[in-house]
Design a protein around this ligand. Structure first.
Ligand code: ADE
Length: 250
C-alpha cells in the first residue's frame, strides 16, 4: 500500500526527504510530489504549504492522482496543554477545526466545518481516528524512547513525551496566551496547528485512514514566534522519526 506523507513546511519535509530512496519527482499544482520508498515502503512525499486549503488540495492529489491509501501529516505544532514541553509529540486521536462555526452575538460558536446548524445540522464536531488504527499506533510507539532535547534547544533535558489527544486546526498562527488558555478550556486541545483538520476531512471523505503527528515547536503563547524560529527544524526531526516507525504498520 502506498502511503502519502504530507508536511506543510520545508523544515518539516527535509527530514523525510533525506530518507527517501528511489525518488521520482512530479510537479503538479505548484507542488512537488516525490514518489519513492521510505525504509522499503512505497510512499509519496509532498510539501503542501501552510493552511487548510493547501493541505486539502495536496491530500486530494495524493489520494486521487498518486493512489495513496493512507495519508500521514508530519510536522510541528504549538503546544496548548500546560503539561507539555517543546519537543514533546502529540499524535492526534481527534482533530477539530477550531476556527469553523457560527458567529452569534459577536462570538464564534464552534461547529463542524462545512455545516451551519440551521442549514445542514450535524452532531459531529471534528474527526476521530479509527479506534483500531489508534490501537495499532499506540502499540507500535509504546516504549519508543526519543532522544532528549537539551534545554538550550527548548527541551526539558528529558526524552520527549508522546501524548495522544485532540489537535486543533485553524487558519491562524496562535501567538497569544489568552487564546491558548481558551482553546484548552473550550476544546481540551493538546496542540494547535494549521493543516490536520483538513487532511482528516479529505481522508474521511475518501474513506481512507489519516494520521497526524506533531512535535511541539512552541507553546502558542507570546514567545511562540521566537520559539518556532529557533526550534521548528530540530523538533520536526522527532515527528519524522515517529512517522518512519509508523509507516510499516499502516
Ligand atoms: N504551528 C506551530 N506552532 C503553531 C502555533 N503556535 N499556531 C499555529 N500553528 C502552529
Amino acid at each position: 500500500m502506498t502511503v502519502g506523507l504530507l508536511c506543510a513546511l520545508p523544515e518539516e519535509l527535509t527530514h523525510l526527504g533525506v530518507a527517501l530512496a528511489d525518488a521520482r519527482a512530479t510537479e503538479l499544482a505548484h507542488v512537488r510530489f516525490d514518489e519513492g520508498t521510505l525504509d522499503g515502503h512505497p510512499v509519496v512525499l509532498a510539501g503542501a504549504g501552510m493552511g487548510k486549503v493547501n493541505a486539502a488540495v495536496v491530500t486530494t492529489l495524493l489520494i486521487e492522482r498518486f493512489g495513496c491509501r493512507a495519508v500521514v501529516l508530519s510536522g510541528v505544532a504549538g503546544g496548548l496543554d500546560p503539561t507539555l514541553h517543546v519537543g514533546d509529540v502529540v499524535v492526534a486521536n481527534r482533530v477539530i477545526q477550531h476556527d469553523a462555526g457560527l458567529v452569534e452575538d459577536d462570538t464564534l460558536r464552534r461547529y463542524q466545518a462545512g455545516h451551519v446548524p440551521f442549514i445542514n445540522p450535524t452532531e459531529a464536531l471534528g474527526h476521530s481516528m479509527d479506534p483500531e488504527l489508534l490501537a495499532t499506533i499506540r502499540a507500535r510507539l509504546d516504549g519508543m524512547v526519543l532522544p532528549a532535547l537539551p534545554a538550550a534547544a527548548g527541551g526539558a533535558d528529558r526524552p520527549p513525551r508522546i501524548a495522544y489527544g485532540t489537535v486543533l486546526t485553524g487558519d491562524q498562527y496562535v501567538h497569544c496566551e489568552t487564546t491558548r488558555q481558551r482553546l484548552v478550556r473550550e476544546l481540551n486541545g493538546l496542540a494547535v496547528e494549521m493543516e490536520g483538520g483538513a487532511v482528516a476531512q479529505v481522508c474521511e471523505t475518501f474513506g481512507i485512514p489519516w494520521v497526524v503527528v506533531r512535535a511541539l515547536s512552541d507553546l502558542a503563547g507570546h514567545d511562540s514566534s521566537l520559539d518556532f524560529t529557533a526550534f521548528a527544524h530540530g523538533v520536526a526531526a522527532i515527528s519524522a522519526r515517529l512517522v518512519r516507525a509508523l509507516v510499516p504498520v499502516l
